[in-house]
Write a protein that binds this ligand. Structure first.
Ligand SMILES: Cc1cc2nc3c(=O)[nH]c(=O)nc-3n(C[C@H](O)[C@H](O)[C@H](O)COP(=O)(O)OP(=O)(O)OC[C@H]3O[C@@H](n4cnc5c(N)ncnc54)[C@H](O)[C@@H]3O)c2cc1C
Length: 502
């Protein structure tokens, strides 16, 4: 078989030189940058080099290095450990959990700055939590939801409902694993969701509702994402009803981050290395050198690597040889959403006394969506408020007191003057988080799914990809993160069990 061999000699770590070989087989088009050890060894001999083991922060060689201790990376590591493989997880932050981040309040309640709800169909995260002894409780649902969209009630927008049904119908027609192969994929990927809304909906209030729902689901404006992206996302959850109503059914006792913390505790601190941002991944014939920064730079030589970081920041890792063009361009096009998630804490959930379930949907900004986020006891009363898309970008540019005032003004307009005076207020702007840079996940603009969708889950040599954005089911959700970790671990186990010269 004829192969193309690219041999690079790289200066690494300022100490040693590592020779990287990439072999591309014309007969294996779906494996970008696949490394065939037999061919490579034939050309460069058996020269494979280990990392310098002398430094205090070097870890002996392992089967698999996982980059990122969010739910995806930790789930992958847990599955690999269960299969008897040696694994190390490098995490850039000083905590695990990534986009799940729970903080106790004085008095025992917990707020989730990041992901928090699960619902029907989110079976893998539910099972994982159960295995780890993390229980759930129902989201408060007594009372009415408050709508304020273009001054109209929710039932007065039949055009919006027709549009939502049509989006569900189009989404259901996509092949879930390879949506870019759908007969209309090119047409849908050539327009934004906004283009589609403008051509299907004329009523201004219905348009306004669809914009607010878009920012609520995608944390981006409808003109930022391709119609195909919106359909893939809806398809991955099952339907818009699943996204808009069912997904907020339950919460985790102690906060969603508990799930990640329990996995990390199981794996142990020798396996889960905090404050270790991965700066470079250098592939060689037998594996990859994974280089980390932080206090006392170090790394590991691993036979396989699972990169489980948000897709939009994967490019911060220096890959050598460079990633294949489709994968690199996928990273360049993934655009993280913009979200500020704020919590206002009160002595009691006073809105419940006025037949409100704490939920609201408004288009007069800056808060678009709220929920009752109180603990099961109802004390303290907590409202969680989401500021999304352009409003998150606008508020993000203000100073903290101005942001707080803008959010509380909106809460007071919806729930009454008591809402303006919480005993505590807290917020996180996820776009400002260095190791996330935007949430809930990334969106793809027109043209990206059809051009680069095939690269989303395809390994690049010894490097495999996990993360909520890569999941076929519940993409960009905790469920998707867990499923992606399971899928990547299975891919890696299969590749490690193949004979080396196959
Ligand atoms: C405000 C908000 C609300 C949300 N609400 C919900 C919800 O209610 N329900 C739901 O299911 N989902 C929700 N989500 C989404 C959900 O939290 C995420 O989809 C999921 O947690 C992502 O997990 P992950 O492991 O794929 O990625 P992450 O959690 O982002 O984990 C990636 C990890 O990689 C680390 N990292 C990054 N770069 C490097 C590097 N170079 N080297 C080493 N480590 C690195 C990061 O620090 C991070 O810990 C929400 C997210 C946010 C932010």
């Amino acid at each position: 078989m004829r192969s193309t061999v690219l041999s690079l000699t790289l200066a690494t770590g300022g100490v040693k030189r590592l020779t990287c070989v990439f072999v591309a087989h014309p007969g294996a088009p779906r494996t970008h940058g696949a490394v065939d050890r037999a061919d490579a060894a034939e050309i460069i001999g058996q020269q494979t080099k280990s990392l310098d083991q002398e430094g205090p922060h070097m870890i002996p060689d392992v089967d698999v290095a996982v980059v990122g201790a969010g739910l995806a990376g930790l789930t992958a590591a847990r599955a690999l450990r269960a299969a008897g493989r040696g694994v190390v997880v490098f995490e850039a932050r000083d905590r695990v959990g990534g986009r799940t981040w729970s903080r106790p309040l004085p008095g025992g309640a917990v707020v989730d700055h990041g992901g928090q709800w699960i619902g029907p169909g989110q079976d893998r995260i539910a099972l994982l939590a159960e295995e780890l002894g993390v229980t759930t409780f129902p989201t408060y649902s007594g009372g009415e939801t408050r709508y304020s969209i273009a001054g109209r009630g929710r039932t007065e927008m039949p055009e919006a409902d027709q549009a939502l049904q049509e989006l569900d119908r189009l989404a259901a027609s996509l092949p879930p694993e390879e949506p870019w192969t759908a007969p209309s994929a090119a047409e849908w990927d050539a327009q934004t969701l906004q283009t589609w809304i403008l051509s299907h909906v004329t009523d201004p209030a219905s348009r306004a509702l669809l914009r607010v729902l878009t920012t609520g689901i995608f944390t981006a404006e409808p003109d930022e994402l391709s119609l195909l992206h919106a359909l893939v996302y809806i398809r991955s959850a099952g339907s818009l009803t699943a996204l808009l109503q069912d997904a907020q059914e339950r919460r985790f006792t102690g906060g969603a981050q508990t799930v990640a913390e329990r996995i990390a505790a199981e794996l142990g601190p020798e396996t889960v290395r905090l404050d270790r941002p991965v700066l470079a991944i250098e592939q060689s014939v037998d594996g990859a050198a994974v280089r980390t920064g932080g206090d006392g730079a170090g790394g590991v030589l691993a036979r396989r690597v699972i990169v489980a970081v948000p897709i939009a920041i994967a490019d911060r890792i220096a890959f050598s040889p460079p990633l294949p063009v489709p994968r690199a361009q996928l990273h360049q096009r993934a655009a993280p959403g913009a979200t500020i998630k704020a919590h206002a804490v009160y002595d009691r959930p006073f809105w419940r006394e006025h037949d409100s379930n704490g939920r609201s949907l408004t288009d007069d900004g800056p808060v678009s969506v709220t929920f009752d986020d109180s603990p099961p006891s109802g004390t303290p009363g907590i409202l969680v408020a989401f500021v999304e898309g352009d409003e998150a970008r606008r508020l993000g540019a203000l100073d903290a007191p101005a942001r707080r005032a803008a959010v509380l003004d909106r809460l007071a307009a919806t729930f009454g003057p008591e809402a303006a005076e919480p005993r505590e207020y807290t917020e996180v702007s996820w776009s400002a988080e260095e190791w996330t840079r935007g949430c809930y996940g990334s969106n793809l603009p027109p043209g990206a799914w059809t051009r680069y969708g095939a690269a989303l889950r395809e390994p690049c040599g010894h490097v495999h990809w996990a993360g909520a954005e890569t999941s076929v089911i519940w993409m960009n959700y905790m469920e998707g993160a867990v499923r992606s970790g399971e899928r990547a671990a299975a891919q890696v186990l299969a590749s490690l069990s193949r004979p080396r010269s196959a």
